[in-house]
Design a protein around this ligand. Structure first.
Ligand code: ADP
Ligand code: ASP
Ligand code: MG
Length: 423
């Protein structure tokens, strides 16, 4: 008997029929003698619908009230799933985050999980029930409902798995695993059978929305075995088959095969770039520009400073596109005049494309193949940033899909590594 946490995303919970299918899948694991905790997302589109309503009422709705509102999506889907399980003869009970409780800090709309009480869930499991716990939400020390950021049900599931010492956390979604890149952008993308935590962490942090980054961080930190797999298989797979399907996210030392040089490609459209032209080049320039930006709680991502030839320099950086207007105002009103910039150039038509792979540590020439591939497509690179296992470029966002597909081909990600070895 194993203790399994299963998370089902919005599409998987998207209709009454799909909820009944989820119940059938959970019933299958329960009937085989496993203890199951299920963590559902809100039904597809529901969180966006609720946020839309909030924005109709106010351009900047109060974050505490946003959490009160958005948490209802998961509460509804959890209750519906518990009912579906019961109607199939499976004893089940659902809980909202505050009832468990799942304790978080008070950072509304992006709260972090601090601790999870396991007692209540354990009692239900021991009495043979399937336990359904709302994804995406918790409660802070003052008893306020909080939410964990978009895509946060992944993190709820992993955190519950860690707190309960589960044998595995299964993330059921609308694709059958983690692909070399988003199959919606490159249909030739290939499913990976395994991927290391480090690579998954980079892919998630560089924009790949298949898993919320905090879920991957949590799973790595607490060594929770994590699997991404499809909830849409019809008919249901037998347990032995399902339990080895999808993509396993595991530790580098456990990977059986030699690491691919580049394992995957991530991209993000949530980027905006600013360039300050003609800034006097002297010690403290970066601090005078980025200090006020950080003080305004705006995250800066890629930074580029040019060599000065005439005592002035050009300074560029990127921020999340949601922070575009705020950053531009800050630069125009405060930073630009203070540092003596001749001109400020805003650009919210950029994107970031990144290649990721632990094999990059031991191979040279990877970045240069990336740059050559983009050059061959006539794509201008505006900024570059590298770390040990990734190289990212900032380019015009109209080229994003072209860049992803060209890089996918150049790094032969469309080919099965096992077959490549035999060539
Ligand atoms: P859920 O609602 O189940 O949480 P998400 O929409 O959050 O599902 O995540 C699944 C989606 O992630 C897929 O439909 C796919 O378009 C996208 N995706 C992005 N990058 C990848 C990738 N590397 N592999 C697989 N899917 C990816
Ligand atoms: N319902 C939330 C969202 O849409 C959380 C999740 O689905 O993971 O972001
Ligand atoms: Mg998701």
């Amino acid at each position: 008997m194993a203790l399994i946490v299963q998370k089902y995303g919005g599409t998987s919970m998207g209709s009454v029929e799909r909820i009944q299918n989820v119940a059938r899948r959970v019933a299958k694991w329960h009937a085989a003698g496993h203890q199951v905790i299920v963590v559902p997302s809100a039904m597809a589109g529901e969180t966006n619908r609720l946020l839309g309503l909030a924005n109709e009422i106010s351009a900047q709705p109060d974050p505490r009230e946003v959490d009160m509102l958005c948490a209802t999506g998961e509460q509804a889907s959890s209750a519906l799933l518990a009912m579906a399980l019961m109607s199939q003869g499976v004893p089940a009970r659902s809980y909202a985050g505050w009832q468990v409780p799942i304790r978080t800090d008070s950072a509304h709309t992006k709260a972090r999980v601090k601790s999870i009480e396991s007692e209540r869930l354990r009692e239900d499991l021991d009495e043979g029930r399937v336990v359904v716990v709302t994804g995406f939400q918790g409660v802070d020390e003052e008893g306020n409902i909080t939410t964990l950021g978009r895509g946060g049900s992944d993190t709820s599931a992993v955190a519950i798995a860690a707190a309960m010492g589960a044998d595995e956390c299964m993330i059921f979604t609308d694709v059958d695993g983690v692909y070399t890149t988003d199959p919606r952008v490159a249909p030739e993308a290939r499913r990976m059978r395994v991927i290391s935590f480090e690579e998954m962490l980079e892919l998630a942090s560089l924009g790949s929305k298949i898993l919320q980054i905090r879920a991957v961080e949590f799973a790595g930190k607490y060594r929770v075995p994590l699997r991404v797999l499809s909830s849409l298989t019809d008919p249901l797979l037998p347990i032995e088959e399902e339990s080895v399907s999808g993509t396993l996210i595991t530790f580098e030392e456990d990977l059986q095969m030699e690491a691919a040089v580049v394992s995957g490609i991530a991209f993000s459209r949530d980027e905006a770039k600013f360039t300050l032209l003609g800034v006097p080049d002297k010690p403290g320039v970066a601090y005078s520009i980025l200090g006020p930006v950080a003080a305004a709680n705006i995250d800066v991502d890629v930074i580029l400073q040019n060599q000065s030839v005439d005592g002035t320099t050009d300074f560029s950086f990127t921020v999340n596109r949601n922070d575009f207007a705020r950053t531009y105002k800050l630069l125009q009103e405060q930073v630009g005049p203070a540092v003596g910039a001749k001109e400020i150039i805003p650009d919210d038509n950029v994107c970031k494309v990144s290649i990721v792979g632990i094999g990059m540590r031991s191979h040279v020439g990877v970045a240069s193949l990336m740059f050559r591939t983009l050059a061959d497509e006539g794509i201008n690179i505006q900024m570059i940033s590298t770390s040990e296992i990734k190289t990212s470029v900032v380019i015009a966002d109209k080229y994003m899909e072209l860049a992803v597909r060209a890089l996918h081909k150049a790094f032969e990600l469309d080919q099965d590594p096992a077959e490549k070895d035999q060539e």
